[in-house]
Write a protein that binds this ligand. Sequence first.
Ligand SMILES: *Cc1c(COP(=O)(O)O)cnc(C)c1O
Length: 431
Amino acid sequence: MSEPTLNDARSSALYAEALRVLPGGVNSPVRAMRAIGRDPIFVARGEGPEIVDADGNRYVDYVCSWGPLIHGHAHPQVVAAVGEAAARGTSFGAPTAGEVELAEEVVARFASVEMVRMTSSGTEASMSALRLARAATGRETILKFSGAYHGHVDGLLAEAGSGLATQGIPASPGVPAAATAATVIVPWNDPDALLAATEAHELAAIVAEPYPANMGLVPPADGFLELLRARADATGALLVLDEVITGFRVARGGAQERAGVRADLTIMGKVLGGGVPAAAYAGPRALMERIAPAGDVYQAGTLSGNPLAVAAGLATLRLLDDDAYARLGATTERLAAGLHDAAASAGRAVQVVSVPGLLTVFFSADPVRDYAGAVACDRDAHAAWCRALLKRGVYPPPSQFEAWFPSLAHDDDAIERTLAAAAAAFAEVGP
Ligand SMILES: *Cc1c(COP(=O)(O)O)cnc(C)c1O
């Protein structure tokens, strides 16, 4: 039997054109697919669980815009809400009723949240939450975990040096050393390193993705989130949970509800905007009222709380009832179990890690507990598997350091097609 091939002539032509006017041909690096050794695929449209590319190829999509599209592509209620909002005017620079409704919906879902400030991107929300944490504590140093991503904020674009609890070093040219000098980096799931760092530094905040999904999905070890809460309480630091991915996804009230751990400040995005740019930071009134114009901490945004984003976000959240979370959990479990079996049949050692709505297939014989474990995976084999999936009509996140985003649009048929493609792709890659 001959291997399938992918006709990507139109995508290739668009990519060649794009390279002349967009750095690397894309507006965000991971889209370029360099980590899996191929050129990007240009998307023409999306329908439910599928995308259709510029050459007319169809794929079951597990990127789903990297998280926002929890109802899949072009959900009729979300599209209608955006269209109706656009017809009333796309932006005013003055408050609208929808912003209040969306904030009320967020407050109703998150036990730790009384007030919400919207921004246009998760990066902005992270940056602003740190400013607020620094103002509220009168301290400057921030602790983050290696492999965690909180947007491309200067101070958080930091890498760990050697040693257990190290001062950050810039992870990109252009980030001033001064910006990362106030960042301390600790390995995820390492209680000793966390204790040492929280003793050695007067921290404004401990910032964490509660279920980190930007090094692939690496859930917290038992008790680790509780330890973050306890260390923040013991040292006067704020616990800032970045729920840009997990919020409204892993449970109605995000990772905090699922894990039973309360944040002082929560960063949100992705699902919150339903596929239109929106993000937020949120927390108790006493902290949030430090933000201008209620308080003295300045932060603003021309398009913050944009009516189209608010409409998409509200329509998205209103569809997310208990039944939706039960279905998303069941879909994710079925996908995880099927991918595990498909790998086993091909004799390929993998770790399939999942929580409701998120999943990663690590090409590793050992469980992955932290960023070092993710880096140690067989990324060449993972890349080959991803290329093999694309040829068979499945579009995975094109990097070992990302999570799959199954959506509520991924029905039995989509999952069956995915698992058939996955089995064939594992067979092609071999053990
Ligand atoms: C995507 C992401 C961000 C950044 O959000 P943008 O809207 O891309 O700026 C921040 N934190 C986490 C956990 C994310 O996954």
